[in-house]
Design a protein around this ligand. Structure first.
Ligand code: NAI
Length: 288
């Protein structure tokens, strides 16, 4: 079994994939970054470059550290190149896509490669059901923005072995995170608690009790760093909606997790938040 991680693959170069690639590269790991859409990988690399340049301007990073980190990230256009010690899946929140990716990764990689999912909601045991060697699969749930947020949930599926959990915990620490073990259940810990924050805020607006800007303002004044609508735009309205829908189904149509029609409408309209240039708010500096 892999005793420690020496190189990393990140599959999916969207909001989370690019952040995870950035933080692993900064911590000294060679990273292979793959997305089905090469344009997205290019945009991701440009975003990482911009973030690191800003960090240099602010004096948080030297120009050499920036250049070395950028040189550690390789955009790969061929899935078969993804042979590494740990493969981090960060693709869209769709069970069948995640299962397809992890079983392909399993076929490509040596038996001791650790495969993890950054899923926000699907039980790790359920994703792993398609794998032959389930003991080396686990959840490694980063938070957004990945380079900034300290917490990482390490989730053991029913078949994940001690060794995998131990190596992942050490890996998370090596990239400057605080790993916390979470039991395997839909949404794990943070997303299960946070779900009600979004669902109730959306309901308040749908019921005409208030408008989204006022809800955001009130919650910020009362001590939250960001309001729920700002946060949904940052996370991705589509991703947030997929997570709520997945948890609603996983808990057998539990009413407290019922997805919002307002949010569904935003998704259908392509108003996916910061990443699409428009969500609840408009963003002039984001790609349309
Ligand atoms: P995103 O929509 O920004 O990016 C997903 C990427 O996956 C896209 O670039 C897409 O082209 C790519 N993709 C889709 N199918 C693929 C395939 N077969 N092979 C390779 N790439 C493929 O989504 P985001 O927000 O980055 O979410 C990714 C995962 O991370 C999801 O499971 C989500 O639940 C989880 N997550 C998201 C957080 C957030 O705040 N956005 C926070 C923590 C976890």
């Amino acid at each position: 079994m892999v005793e420690s991680i020496k190189n990393v693959a990140v599959i999916g170069a969207g909001t989370m994939g690019q952040g995870i690639a950035q933080l692993c590269a900064l911590a000294g790991y060679p990273v292979m970054l793959y997305d089905t859409q090469p344009d997205i990988t290019k945009t991701a690399l440009a975003a990482v470059r911009k973030n690191l340049e800003t960090a240099v301007e602010k004096g948080k990073l030297s120009a050499t550290q920036k250049d070395e980190a950028l040189a550690r990230i390789t955009a790969v256009g061929d899935f078969r190149q993804l042979q590494v010690d740990v493969a981090i899946e960060a693709v869209v929140e769709k069970l069948e896509v995640k299962q397809m990716i992890v079983s392909e990764l399993e076929k490509l990689n040596a038996i001791d490669c650790i495969i993890v999912s950054n899923t926000s909601s699907f039980p790790i045991t359920q994703i792993a059901s398609v794998l032959k060697h389930k003991s080396r699969f686990a959840g490694l749930h980063f938070f957004n923005p990945a380079p900034v947020m300290k917490l990482v949930e390490v989730i053991r599926g029913a078949a994940t072995n001690d060794h995998t959990a131990r190596v992942l915990t050490a890996f998370a620490e090596s990239i400057g995170k605080i790993p916390v073990m979470a039991l395997d259940s839909p949404g794990f810990i943070v997303n299960r608690v946070a779900r009600l924050f979004y669902v109730e805020a959306l309901k308040i607006v749908e019921d005409g009790v208030s408008d989204f800007k006022t809800v955001d303002q009130l919650l910020k004044v009362s001590g939250f760093k960001m309001g729920p609508f700002q946060l949904m735009d940052l996370i991705g309205v589509d991703t947030n909606f997929a997570v709520t829908t997945s948890m609603y189904n996983a808990f057998h149509q539990e009413p407290k997790f019922r997805p919002s029609r307002l949010q569904q409408q935003k998704v259908d309209a392509g108003h996916h938040g910061k990443k699409s240039g428009k969500g609840f708010y408009e963003y002039s500096d984001s790609p349309q």
